[in-house]
Write a protein that binds this ligand. Sequence first.
Ligand code: COA
Length: 242
Amino acid sequence: MSNFETIVYEKKDSLAYITLNRPHALNAYNLRMRDELYEVLGALRDDPEVRVGIFRGAGERAFCAGADLAEFLTAPTPIVARQVRWERDVWGLFLSITKPLIAALHGYVLGSGVEIALCCDIRLASEDAQFGLPEPGLGIIPAAGGSQTLPRVVGGSKALEILLSGRWIGAEEAYHLKLVNRLVPRDELLPEAERLARKIAQFDPMAVSYAKQAIVRGLDLSLGEGLGLEGRLGCLVALRKE
Ligand code: COA
């Protein structure tokens, strides 16, 4: 799993580290990274040794500065792009993973950088992190689920304001908006993510996975349906213990 050009995938004990690795381009998300991320996500999902995934960006300056603008005009036609997406739905796969995913965010977190972070369950950010969704200013809209995941996290009104204005948000504001769970000093970002991941990894993996599913899937249900889902998942966990 190490022969990637744009991503470093490492396993340490029960943790998987996924590092976006194009620091010369502020870890901009290109087609190669899309294909490699798809492979990495499959490995993370299917490897029973992996309990928690940590996403981070290589280099000092960015988690990810969004879609690779150098590829912007050379991207495939919408028809080809749609076909690729159908065959290889990276974002659907990302959001379907039932293991806990932690994003460790620093520096520029723009466009698809924000969207990758929003596919994770817990977002930690260092105080230098800056967030933004510049898509409408480039004549496009978010393509990695951001128009759906952002309002679910910060609420519709704030999501609209952030997306439509294109303004950037500092770490402090991102914390107040609940876009990130916790702010930490830069040198504590990875250690804090690892502490949290190790703590979660100690727990029963089925209980952790079902707790995640109860919350994530429940957000799209009515309260009554959500309570039903919780009941069914709870029974499955309890039955397994009998
Ligand atoms: N795609 C491709 N390359 C990118 C990139 C992107 N989204 N963002 C940064 N880079 C590259 C730059 O071209 C530059 O490469 P070079 O050293 O070969 O010239 C390198 O990363 C460093 O970026 P630079 O612009 O010199 O740094 P900066 O500190 O002056 O500005 C940003 C940083 C993030 C403000 C600026 O790079 C930027 O606006 N990037 C585009 C963000 C964006 O619109 N993303 C698309 C979202 S849909």
